[in-house]
Write a protein that binds this ligand. Structure first.
Ligand SMILES: O=C(O)C(=O)C[C@]1(C(=O)O)C=C[C@@H](O)C=C1
Length: 391
């Protein structure tokens, strides 16, 4: 048995299930004859997870050598018994039911609703940061992560594009969720008593016009960004804040006992956020239903001609490009270019993210991607997945 990876990270999981527990899940690798096992030791909000190559059967209790590798001796002796015997022996889930889906936020967040729309019978696992949701999937604590990537009013959620590149998860699906915001406060609080409105920065941006012009909540009332909408509702309820309102969902009002001061306060009634679902393995692309493919690429030649060639690779094959977005290249931020007689110019380097409406099983998409690979310095297919066709 050899260790593949080992790391410790912070989780925000329901304490009743995970406080002082040890998860051991073994999976048969689809393309190989051996097994991979993840052991995750969770203590409070901290998780230590290790992945092993393991020969032999995949389901069982933590064995002696795993226990030694995980250094169970460093954990409080009073919980050691629980650690060794509280094992999750469930086999890898196959279809939508009982899939564990990690999302950023607490119950009542829109990301939780997106997880439920994508996988109706899933167990949604709250995480305090997007990065933790990625790690939960990488370390086999969750089977999928759900990630908001763009909103019809606020545009792209750039940080999440950067995370897609930094991690090696695959996009396996998308959902578009109508986001109807409510203004919430403790029961009895009036709009004219407010000193502060708190929410996720995207949610604040999606409601700014309505807050100021329709509800009369002007610049004298501070706006404060927090990690997620439902977390803001929980915070106000928990601390009994009577001068603070929250922008969050109807469900968050119910869960945290807040009253609804105003409903449908998003500046556009068709406010939609697009989420992508991430998994450790890509899905097998198909051609019997509409698929979308997401790619990211970079190039080290002059900008306009390369971009023109990329666009033509799709246009000549009649493939519809639904999105193209550039982000500064983190690892290679600048390129030095000799400008004749003048000196050396510094140009920003970019990564380009593009979505197109075709499956990687479609020969037109395969040819377009191979052509683009010829004149780009880097290209990765982030995923090829069924398009959300729901209204
Ligand atoms: O805070 C939440 O409830 C989220 O799910 C996050 C998020 C986002 O990141 O854009 C998702 C949907 C809405 O657009 C507002 C906030």
């Amino acid at each position: 048995m050899s260790t593949i990876s080992s790391s410790t990270f912070k989780l925000n999981l329901p304490p009743s299930i995970y406080q002082y527990s040890a998860l051991r899940r073994s999976y048969h690798r689809p393309t190989r004859t051996d097994w991979k096992t993840t052991c995750a030791i969770v203590s409070g909000s901290s998780c230590h997870a290790t992945q092993f190559d393991e020969d032999g059967g995949g389901i069982g209790t933590i064995n002696g050598s795993m226990a030694a590798a995980l250094d169970l001796t460093s954990i409080d002796p009073s919980v050691q018994d629980a650690l060794t015997f509280t094992t999750d022996l469930s086999p890898a889930p196959t279809h939508g039911c009982e899939l564990r889906v990690a999302y950023q936020g607490v119950p009542g967040a829109y990301s939780e609703a997106a997880a439920g729309k994508a996988y109706p019978n899933c167990e949604a696992i709250p995480c305090d940061q997007f990065e933790v949701a990625f790690q939960a999937v990488e370390l086999w604590v969750a089977d999928r992560a759900v990630l908001p990537v763009e909103n019809s009013l606020g545009g792209s959620i750039h940080r999440n594009y950067d995370l897609l590149l930094r991690h090696r998860l695959h996009i396996v699906g998308e959902v578009q969720l109508s986001v109807h915001h409510c203004l919430l406060a403790l029961p009895g609080v009036r709009i004219d008593c407010l000193k502060r409105v708190i929410s996720h920065p995207q949610a604040l941006a999606q409601c700014e016009h309505t807050l100021t012009n329709k509800l009369g909540i002007n610049g004298g009332v501070a706006r404060e960004g927090v990690d997620d909408t439902a977390g803001a509702a929980e915070f106000v309820a928990k601390h009994g804040l009577r001068d603070t309102a929250v922008i969050a969902s109807y469900r968050a009002a119910e869960l945290y006992g807040l009253q609804i001061l105003a409903e449908g306060i998003q500046d556009d009634s068709d406010n939609v956020t697009r989420f992508v679902m991430l998994a450790r393995e890509p899905i097998v692309p198909r051609t019997d239903r509409p698929f979308k493919t997401s790619i990211v690429f970079a190039h080290d030649r002059e900008g306009a001609s390369v971009l023109f060639k990329v666009l033509s690779a799709f246009a000549f094959r009649d493939i519809n490009l639904t999105k193209i977005e550039s982000r500064p290249h983190r690892n290679k931020p600048l390129r030095l270019v000799d400008d004749a007689n003048v000196g050396t110019a510094k140009r920003f380097e970019y990564m380009f993210y593009a979505d197109f409406e075709a499956s990687m099983a479609d020969v037109r998409a395969q040819n377009a991607v191979s052509e683009i690979e010829e004149f780009t310095s880097f290209l990765r297919v982030l995923g090829s997945y069924p398009m959300d066709m729901t209204s």
